[in-house]
Design a binder for this molecule. Structure first.
Ligand code: FAD
Length: 388
């Protein structure tokens, strides 16, 4: 029956496993099942873009396999299992070929986010990689070796694109990075800070093409030819696409659960279906879609309490994001969408301190690069919480 059915978590990323760990702090007994479409190894996703810098292979990045995680969590971890349907009225999910049905007392969607695939033509698309999980990472590393790659073209100069650019440079590879906007990390950083990152990466040998879109990737005699809509072409061995991610909402949508940009939840992380919750990259919590680690940790702590009988709303403090571009470290706390105020800057070479303040002088956001990142703690204290 529903009441004695297990708690089921869909997804074994930082959100799913993070929640399971927090849950077991409050409840050692209730049966717990985690279901994942990947191999269930636990790993820290942010480390993927530091593989060359830290000289870590796929096996180095994998911290524990699914079996060990299951024993540690006193849970059953089902790997390589895709959930195709949720029957929210009868509180059951159908897995695999829809022949196995599992009842849940509570269900948590921790399904992550999919990479956005830009519309690109050509016959070389099998050389375009996106690296969004451990299996992708392994595929990419294997392809780099197999193709004896020396040069990589990156599509996207945002957080992920710049991190991989720096990581590939550190690995001794040549890079050319394409972004339709005007400078590095254009959606996160104000221009002087983004330009500082660009300059620091260029000093290390990175090449950037700002303004154009990639339109085609075609096979060439060796490697690929990447075509831009300004007529330029780039020769490379492989391509990495990093134009952003989109919360995985399809399963929720198909099951009649409310979705918007993400799976819609309130501050208790409840979705529109009874006893179904969402967290991590797939969730839109009280209007916030935040695809970072700090928010999902706050969610895991709150939801573990809620699931064990102490309803707890999630709250977010200020959560600056650190971007792993060692050529020019970056910490940014973007002002809220639509916040009124102005940027001011102190600039010393690639060391930029940007502060976003309103007319009353309150700090609403900041962007720090290079040595200015040392001021993070002091400025963070001044920031308002994202969701009090
Ligand atoms: P995921 O880790 O994607 O987990 C989703 C899980 O759902 C997987 O187990 C998957 O198999 C499973 N799944 C999906 N669909 C189904 C289905 N139908 N049935 C069953 N299972 C399914 N954030 C930071 O805060 N700081 C950083 O420095 C940082 N660096 C990053 C660097 C890179 C290269 C990337 C890609 C991201 C980075 N992030 C960073 C973001 C951060 O890693 C993510 O926010 C976080 O890992 C998301 O965790 P998640 O558990 O929500 O999703």
């Amino acid at each position: 029956d529903k009441v004695h059915a297990p708690v089921v978590i869909l997804g074994t990323g930082l959100a799913g496993y993070g929640l399971a760990k927090e849950f077991r702090k409050h409840d050692a007994e209730t049966p717990l099942i985690l279901i994942t479409s990947d191999d269930g190894r636990s790993y820290s996703k942010p480390m993927l873009s530091t593989g060359y810098t830290k000289d870590m292979s796929t096996d180095d990045l994998a911290q524990m396999d699914a079996g060990s995680m299951g024993r540690m969590l006193k849970a059953s971890v089902w790997t390589m299992t895709k959930v195709g349907e949720i029957d929210t009225a009868n509180q059951l999910i159908k897995v695999g070929d829809n022949e196995t049905a599992v009842h849940y007392s509570k269900l948590v969607l921790a399904l992550g986010a999919d990479v956005i695939r830009p519309p690109i033509e050509g016959d070389g698309l099998d050389k375009v990689y996106s690296i969004n999980d451990l299996l992708d990472f392994d595929d990419f590393r294997t392809a780099m070796k197999k193709n004896d790659a020396k040069k990589v073209c990156l599509i996207g100069g945002g957080l992920i694109g710049c991190e991989y650019t720096n990581d590939l440079i550190n690995g001794g590879f040549a890079t050319e990075t394409v972004d339709p906007l005007g400078y590095c990390l254009p959606t996160l950083l104000p221009e002087p800070a983004g330009k500082a990152v660009q300059a620091a990466l260029e000093e290390k040998g990175a090449k950037f093409h700002f303004g154009p879109l990639v339109t085609a990737v075609n096979n060439a005699d060796s490697g690929v030819k990447v075509s831009l809509n300004n007529g330029e072409t780039i020769d490379a061995d492989l391509v990495v696409s990093a134009v952003g991610v989109r919360p995985r909402v399809d399963l929720a949508q198909a099951s009649g659960i409310n979705t918007n940009r993400g799976v819609v939840t309130n501050r208790l992380l409840e979705t529109s279906a009874p006893n179904v919750y969402a967290m991590g990259d797939c969730a839109e919590v009280n209007g916030h879609v935040l695809v970072y680690v700090a928010p999902l940790m706050a969610q895991a702590r709150a939801l573990a309490k809620t699931l064990t009988g102490e309803p707890t709303e999630v709250s977010y403090p200020a959560m600056p994001v650190t971007i792993k571009v060692p050529a020019c470290p970056v910490t940014v706390a973007p002002p809220a969408q639509g916040a009124e105020g102005e940027w001011s800057f102190e600039i010393d070479g690639n060391n930029v301190k940007g502060e976003f303040r309103n007319a009353a002088g309150d700090l609403l956001g900041f962007a720090l690069t290079g040595d200015a990142t040392k001021q993070k703690m002091a400025l963070q204290k001044e920031l308002p919480p994202i969701m009090p």
